[in-house]
Design a binder for this molecule. Structure first.
Ligand code: HPA
Length: 305
């Protein structure tokens, strides 16, 4: 198998083969990049900013399931944006579409297997923080994964081995030594990249918040009591994606940064019925600002951030 064998070596034999087959297929079609982007609901138009773009439908990639959600067109696009070679997932699978977590994470594993250094994971989210209004953007500082199903379950050959690139990546002992040294696990969301995204917002005239993202399984939007709970445990935004992808990419040794587009306030009382169409419409309203922000971020990445 070609690709990035060191990365995929952490997967079980079966997953290594499945992910490797897709990686090999895509590499033969010229897919490679320094930064991977996953575009959330309503944000897919970022692909218009990609130069020398080449796209394949998910259905034409070995092992990929296709998306069922409106506005998720389901294509993988490569090219250059902000001077950086990128691979972009235009559309993603969600847990609420009924697939098991490991199955829907295959495209994310492939993104890692293509050798990207960093991933920008975007989503549409409800605002829990009372200061947020629809159209606001939030750089994700950290997450609380309410799927209560570890996305890595069944994927890893050695579940407690240190991730690639970890200091002295020699298994559980190295991880424990690192925890002892630093007082905690390495950051899930890369602090430096999050800082670059905030700074890019400043340069591009696109202000952003920073906050904690709660990932719920969906497809039902949250009950009022759940919104109250998420607020009380410190979450600023709530959506139905991102957390499992981030855990997997981080484990594969990819630096990760997350961006939520606030499409609606999550209200404990009197929330009007929210539809997926509402979410997509606000996404469409802010997508030009998101594209500007992402380009400014990529420009700084090409400058060595
Ligand atoms: N809850 C969960 N997911 C979402 C929301 C929400 O309020 N808005 C957009 N995605």
């Amino acid at each position: 198998m070609s690709g990035t064998p060191d990365r995929l070596a952490i997967l079980t034999e079966g997953w290594r083969r499945r992910v490797g087959a897709a990686v090999d297929h895509l590499r033969a079609d010229g897919f490679a990049g320094r930064v991977g982007l996953i575009l959330g609901s309503g944000l897919g138009n970022f692909v218009d900013a990609i130069e020398d773009a080449h796209a394949v439908e998910y259905g034409d990639i070995p092992g990929y399931a296709t998306t069922t959600v409106a506005e998720h067109s389901g294509r993988l696009v490569r090219g250059t944006a902000g001077g950086v070679p990128v691979v972009v997932m235009q559309g993603r699978l969600h847990p609420y579409e009924g697939l098991p977590l490991d199955e829907l994470l295959l495209p994310t594993a492939v993104l890692g297997g293509l050798g990207i250094e960093a991933a920008v994971i975007t989503n549409a989210a409800g605002g829990l923080n009372r200061l947020y209004t629809p159209g606001d953007l939030m750089v994700i500082r950290d997450q609380i994964d309410m799927h209560l199903d570890d996305p890595l379950r069944g994927l890893l050959a050695e579940p407690f081995a240190a991730p690639p690139g970890a200091p002295g990546a020699e298994g559980a002992a190295a991880v424990l030594a690192e925890i002892g040294r630093s007082g905690g696990l390495p950051d899930l969301y890369d602090v430096k990249l999050a800082g670059s995204l905030v700074a890019a917002g400043g340069r591009a005239g696109v202000p952003v918040h920073t906050g904690t993202y709660a990932s719920m399984p969906g497809p039902a939007y949250e009950a009022k009591a759940e919104i109250g709970m998420l607020r009380r445990i410190g979450c600023d935004a709530v959506g139905m994606s991102t957390a499992p992808e981030t855990v997997l990419l981080r484990r594969l040794g990819v630096r990760t940064v997350g961006l939520s587009c606030i499409t609606n306030p999550a209200r404990e009382t009197g929330q009007p019925q929210l539809s997926h169409q509402d979410v997509v419409e606000v996404g469409a309203m802010v997508r030009d600002r998101v594209a500007k922000l992402l380009l400014a971020f990529l420009e700084s990445f090409s400058g060595g951030s």
